[in-house]
Write a protein that binds this ligand. Structure first.
Ligand code: RP5
Length: 161
């Protein structure tokens, strides 16, 4: 199976980014995490992106806050799908959201919600599942379980209010 790369701009992003790793573990998807910054270590971020396809990655998740150029910088150096997680900070993450999502034509970053690490991982799993029927089956089973959980709550809601 292809790996998912998880790149964060700083270890201060880790509390959010860990949630992506938890989802990938749940689906048995291998991942490799790094702390590379678009501004503090641009050469390392670019080298990772340039070699990611030949190193067995199928998708890259990039998380950064503030002037969040990391996902865009990674996307500029690879044709693998890049998923951006804007990390919240002083401006509630609006700064990072716009910095991540507003990419020029031809260099997309699939941007999830502010601090949306779980959905970043789900999207990465869905990308890998295009070519992996067993993984697609796990996704379907997980959605069926989600639906069953909600319907069970629906059955009980009137006894709780
Ligand atoms: C970004 O700047 C990082 O991704 C982080 O969200 C933010 C602040 O970084 P630190 O100053 O906490 O290292 O590049």
């Amino acid at each position: 199976m292809k790996k998912v790369g998880i790149i964060m701009g700083s270890t201060s992003d880790l509390p959010v980014v860990k949630k992506a790793a938890e989802v990938l573990k749940e689906f048995g998807v291998p991942y490799e995490a790094h702390v590379y910054s678009a501004h503090r270590t641009p050469a390392e971020a670019r080298a990772f992106a340039e070699s990611a396809r030949e190193n067995g990655f199928g998708a890259i998740i990039a998380a950064a806050g503030m002037a969040a150029h990391l996902a865009g910088a990674i996307a500029a150096a690879t044709t693998l799908p890049v998923i951006g997680i804007p990390i919240s900070s002083a401006m509630s993450g609006l700064d990072a959201l716009l910095s991540t999502v507003q990419m020029p034509s031809g260099i997309p970053v699939a941007t999830v919600a502010v601090d949306g690490a779980k959905n970043a991982a789900f999207l990465a799993v869905q990308i890998l599942a295009v070519e992996d029927a067993a993984l697609a089956e796990k996704l379907s089973a997980q959605r069926a379980k989600n639906a069953a959980d909600i319907l069970a709550k629906d059955q009980n809601i009137n006894t709780e209010m």
